[in-house]
Design a protein around this ligand. Structure first.
Ligand SMILES: C[S@@+](CC[C@H](N)C(=O)[O-])C[C@H]1O[C@@H](n2cnc3c(N)ncnc32)[C@H](O)[C@@H]1O
Length: 213
């Protein structure tokens, strides 16, 4: 059966919505223990504390990074996008103290947004490895949506030592095949690129910040 892009996006979104219907309840209690690198990725964006700029987080989940972004950058304009209403409802609650955050319930994808060519920064934090098979299309979409000189920031799983662990993670919709980095490097000029071990090398995670040149 041949699927259109739109149908494939819908199918991916549906899988993820189902997954987070339960996982959203335990997300913030559990993810600190394995989603490493989130606490420092935003520090790598070369913006000043009081500099106004527009940051989109694709797959913002429960709003963990958006809150942190507001703490780091007092004048930042924040937009979060996610397909899971359950994750977004947690984000809404958490961000109720942060004025003017825009949260959008939709899949990021092959669209012409009002911000196309204008965004200053786009963050993908543990989202791209879950967006299969569209992850590469999303990197290209981010390229289109950033202004020249804007930044993409990515923190995500990179690879794992054992096939059995990769299979386990595939059961959680995560692909870990060293596949993100080459595409990020092909599209953006790297200003930060780091691959780190988690749990003595059981898996590796990636931090990448790249500039649209
Ligand atoms: C592992 S969570 C990461 C959440 C948050 N970025 C963080 O670091 O805690 C992945 C998030 O990506 C969202 N997501 C998955 N596919 C998406 C898509 N196509 N468009 C937008 N968000 C998506 C999921 O609903 C989920 O909230």
């Amino acid at each position: 059966m041949i699927m259109t892009n739109q149908e494939a996006h819908q199918q991916q979104a549906k899988r993820i919505q189902q997954y987070y219907a339960f996982q959203s309840r335990i997300y913030d209690l559990t993810r600190w223990s394995f989603l490493f690198g989130r606490s420092t990725i935003l520090n790598e964006l070369p913006y000043e504390h009081e500099e106004p700029f527009h940051l989109l987080e694709v797959g913002c989940g429960t709003g963990h990074n958006l809150v942190r972004a507001k703490r780091l950058f007092s004048e930042v304009k924040l937009t979060g996008m996610d397909v899971s209403k359950d994750m977004l409802s947690k984000a809404k609650r958490r961000l109720s103290v942060v004025p003017e955050v825009v949260l959008l319930e939709q899949p990021y994808g092959d669209n012409c947004y009002t911000w196309t060519g204008k965004l200053d920064a786009i963050l993908f934090s543990y989202a791209l490895t879950m967006i299969n098979p569209q992850w590469e299309m999303l990197i290209h979409q981010a390229y289109k949506d950033l202004r020249p000189g804007g930044y993409i920031a990515v923190v995500d799983f990179h690879d794992a030592r054992w096939l059995s662990f990769k299979k386990h993670m595939a059961g959680h919709h995560v692909r870990m095949d060293s596949h993100l980095l080459p595409v990020l490097e092909d599209n953006f000029y790297p200003i930060k690129k780091d691959i780190k071990n988690a749990y003595f090398g059981t898996w590796q995670y990636l931090q990448f910040v790249g500039k649209k040149v």
